[in-house]
Ligand binder design. Structure first.
Ligand SMILES: Nc1nc2c(c(=O)[nH]1)N[C@H]1C(S)=C(S)[C@@H](COP(=O)(O)O)O[C@H]1N2
Ligand SMILES: [Mo]
Length: 199
């Protein structure tokens, strides 16, 4: 079943959200903050470091060799649109944590993206089973406009936490606010609590 064909029950939607049929493509359906990055997979490198015992640099083929998981979840943008029932595939964030072995003082993670965007979450928030680094959605590799080749998906938070075009993952002792979080959006960003703006 395609997500377009689904009936929407209003109890499936967090407060203030309406369902749309598919994800918006940055740069075509929605203006991008900077331009949409064009990434050459041969040169692509995911750099994972900061407060960890085993920093890692993964090439595209190495990333695809890590154990893959599927996670079906709903996606909610703070501007009020949601896409229900997306099937994401990729690497569980928990697996990344096991791989790099964070130091005792690592409490937050900052995501750096190829368009200059940033966001951060606590290690605790990222330890939910439905948090994944996704390279496929609904059976296909991501398109450029939705974050190719790799994006974060954090279903319980507004989508500005779901960083697209990820190139760097940095474990930090202190919280560093991300792009939108510095500009008035909530850092906790809980979709079920209508937690949109910082107070
Ligand atoms: N790198 C990067 N990631 C980003 C953004 C961005 O501008 N740059 N926008 C965020 C916002 S506000 C939303 S709603 C989602 C959009 O994801 P989609 O294109 O899959 O709908 O990406 C999030 N991640
Ligand atoms: Mo958004």
């Amino acid at each position: 079943m395609r997500s377009e064909d689904k009936d929407v029950n209003s109890q499936d939607l967090p407060p203030g959200q309406r369902a749309i049929k598919r994800l918006l493509r940055w740069g075509t359906d929605h203006p991008a903050i900077a331009s949409v990055p064009r990434i050459d997979l041969k040169k692509w490198l995911l750099v994972i470091g900061g407060e960890v015992r085993k920093p890692a640099k993964l090439r595209w083929n190495e990333l695809l060799e890590l154990p893959a998981v599927e996670s079906v979840s709903d996606f909610h943008c703070v501007e009020g649109w949601s896409v229900l029932g997306l099937k994401w595939e990729g690497v569980s964030f928990k697996y990344i944590v096991e791989l790099v072995e964070p130091n005792e003082n690592a409490e937050f993670v900052l995501f750096n993206c190829a368009d200059g965007y940033t966001t951060s979450l606590s290690l605790k928030e990222l330890s939910q089973d439905n948090v994944i680094l996704a390279y496929k959605v609904d059976g296909r590799y991501l398109e450029e406009g939705i974050g190719a080749p790799l994006r974060l998906v954090v279903p319980d938070k507004y989508a500005y936490k779901s960083a697209m075009w990820i190139t760097g993952i940095e474990f930090t002792p202190k919280k560093e606010l991300g792009y939108w979080e510095k500009r008035g959006y909530s850092d906790t960003a809980d979709v079920w609590k209508n937690d949109r703006y910082s107070r």
